[in-house]
Design a binder for this molecule. Structure first.
Ligand SMILES: Nc1ncnc2c1ncn2[C@@H]1O[C@H](COP(=O)(O)OP(=O)(O)OP(=O)(O)O)[C@@H](O)[C@H]1O
Length: 575
């Protein structure tokens, strides 16, 4: 039996390990004196008591007991006084002795301190020879290599140097001693009244170790911000060193399109404070606010959109037509459609930030819609086909609707859903199609319900669309995961596509032919344009160079979509 029992209501693991250790270690110890030493060490009563205390603390941490009263010491002293005249019984005098013991009194005093939450240390009285400049205080900060995390500016009205901004989580913020609006009088004993902010920053950057500031505290009371945690996905690249507008380049936070940022402060309407979500260091950096970025974008105008229509007479060159997905007729239906909505750039969508939240699909919940985009000929059909073959029970594609007559060997709901022109037009009117088009007098289209039908069977729906359609699919219902399939460079296309067949939209013959040099250039050019305009909507980019490598990357990615946590727009979580 262990010297101290650990009780039965909580895990005795740590304690038992301690008791068992000497015998466990015995086979590994050759010298008898070492053995005796280990026994003594692990058998030490104070160590056992410590472990017991540790386990009890753990237990109480879980049950979180609240104190019954916060003046146990006073109560014990009053009781002791009451017992004074009643010491006839042995039990009463034992109780009084116990209450009067200094250890017992101390433990009750500690109990009361904790119960009253009196944790703050008592400060010594202020010295008599206080600074003559009554309003100012001296602050000493110890600075290592990290920046101070504060910006300063000259007040236009008073000419004073004031603290303009405190970066969340930085050295100044953590110290809790410097606040926005404080007036800076001296740095390391050097008066700063006549100095430019840049000169002061220079003094600060040269200083290491303890830095002394003399400041006059600002009058503004800071309200501790209790803003909930906000995470955003950045939809643009940002490099503060190239931003002429940022008040302090060193304080800026660089990020790439797709980075997940935690917004630490939105107090300033122009410059937010943020840190990378996966960054352990709590120090925030400046990033342009959403409003400011939108304003800048509006003033500058979007990047010149490359016209995709100019090179093709029939359709936006290189952009695939989707929903030609009949399993048998996939190839013959290829060159049929033109997208109804052909706008290449929507001015309303200024890509800045999107608020996101972690999401993991629960077992049994509907799958996210997997959306493919890429230039025509890049290999979307090939990759989708491989997925379907790899697991036909798990993956599926939508069945398009058409108004053309059913052919002999076709069945309704297999190759197509065959419907009347009138019904098709009613469905268009009722927004039932994701995409639709007309070819030789017949309509063809992919309906929203055909996607729903696959998802309700708990299958993964694979859909390829034109990139400008992605935004219409971005709903809580579909939670689309967008894969952009990108071609490798022209040289690799030449090498890998030697035996490949291409369905050219331009010739409109519906038959496949080998790729030509110009097809490769067109594919790469279209891919660049798509990436330039829509990459903020892509969740994954896969370069289709070697087909089997691209396929296994795709497979792996789709597995993680089903099993791991991903960031999705907050708006998709409240449906
Ligand atoms: N990585 C690859 N290496 C070699 N050949 C490939 C690769 N990927 C696709 N191909 C071939 O390229 C041709 C075009 O592929 P696919 O039909 O899948 O393109 P697509 O993106 O669906 O184009 P479209 O939208 O015009 O139908 C096919 O012959 C296909 O086998």
């Amino acid at each position: 039996m262990p010297a101290l029992a650990t009780g039965t209501s909580y895990e005795p693991g740590f304690y038992e390990l301690l008791v068992a250790l000497p015998s466990q270690l015995q086979p590994h110890v050759t010298q008898p004196e070492d053995n005796a030493f280990l026994k003594d060490m692990f058998g030490e009563r104070s160590l056992h008591s410590l472990i017991k205390i540790h386990e009890l603390l753990q237990h109480y941490e879980d049950s979180k007991p609240l104190p019954v009263l916060d003046s146990a010491a006073t109560l014990a002293s009053q009781l002791s006084d009451l017992l004074e005249g009643k010491l006839s019984s042995g039990e009463i005098s034992e109780l009084k002795q116990l209450l009067d013991k200094p250890h017992f009194k101390s433990i009750l005093s500690v109990h009361d301190t904790v119960a009253q939450k009196k944790y703050d240390p008592e400060l010594p009285p202020l010295p008599d020879d206080i600074d003559d400049d009554e309003a100012s205080v001296k602050i000493i900060l110890v600075k290592n290599k990290e920046p101070l995390g504060a910006t300063i500016r000259r007040d236009d009205d008073t000419g004073a140097i004031v603290v303009a901004r405190i970066m969340k989580g930085g050295a100044a913020d953590r110290s809790g001693l410097i606040h926005v609006g404080d007036e800076l009088k001296e740095v390391n004993g050097i008066p700063v009244d006549d100095k430019k902010p840049e000169e002061i920053i220079h003094i600060l950057s040269q200083s290491q170790g303890a830095i002394t500031f003399k400041v006059v505290p600002g009058s503004k009371e800071e309200v501790p911000s209790k803003e909930p945690k906000v995470f955003v996905k950045a939809l643009f690249d940002y490099d503060p060193s190239e931003d002429k507008a940022i008040p302090c380049k060193e304080a800026g936070l660089a990020f790439k399109k797709g980075s997940i940022l935690q917004i630490m402060s939105q107090e300033d309407a122009t410059w937010w404070q943020a840190k990378h979500e996966d960054e352990a260091n709590p120090r925030a950096g400046l990033v342009p606010s959403k409003q400011f970025q939108e304003r800048r974008f509006a003033l500058r105008g979007p990047a010149p959109a490359v016209s995709l229509k100019s090179t093709s007479s029939r359709r936006p060159s290189g952009f695939r037509r989707s929903f030609r997905l009949s399993r048998r007729e996939r190839k013959t239906n290829k060159a049929m459609y033109e997208s109804k909505k052909s706008e290449m750039y929507d001015m309303a969508d200024v890509p800045t930030y999107e608020e996101v939240t972690p999401y993991q699909r629960l077992a049994g919940a509907k799958h996210r819609l997997v959306v493919f985009v890429g230039p025509t000929g890049v290999g979307l059909n090939e990759l989708k086909k491989k997925l379907l073959i790899s697991d036909p029970q798990h993956f599926s594609v939508t069945i398009p609707h058409t108004t053309r007559a059913k052919r002999n060997r076709e069945s309704d709901g297999v190759e197509y859903h065959f419907i009347s022109k009138h019904l098709f037009e009613t469905d268009i009117h009722n927004n039932k199609f994701i995409e639709y088009g007309e070819y030789k007098g017949n309509y063809y289209g992919t309906s929203v319900d055909s996607i729903r039908s696959i998802l309700s069977k708990n299958k993964v729906c694979l859909l390829d669309v034109q990139p400008q359609m992605i935004k219409h699919l971005r709903t809580a219902e579909f939670k689309p995961f967008v894969v952009f399939v990108k071609p490798p460079g022209v040289e690799r296309l030449r090498e890998t596509r030697q035996n490949a067949k291409f369905m050219s939209g331009k010739e409109d013959k519906g038959s496949a032919r080998p790729f030509k040099e110009e097809d490769f250039h067109e594919m790469v050019r279209t891919s660049d344009v798509m990436e330039n305009q829509y990459s903020h909507l892509f969740d994954k980019v896969i370069v289709n160079d070697d087909l089997s490598a691209a396929f296994s990357e795709l497979r792996k990615t789709l597995r993680t979509v089903e099993t791991e946590t991903h960031w999705i727009p907050v708006s998709w979580t409240h449906s």
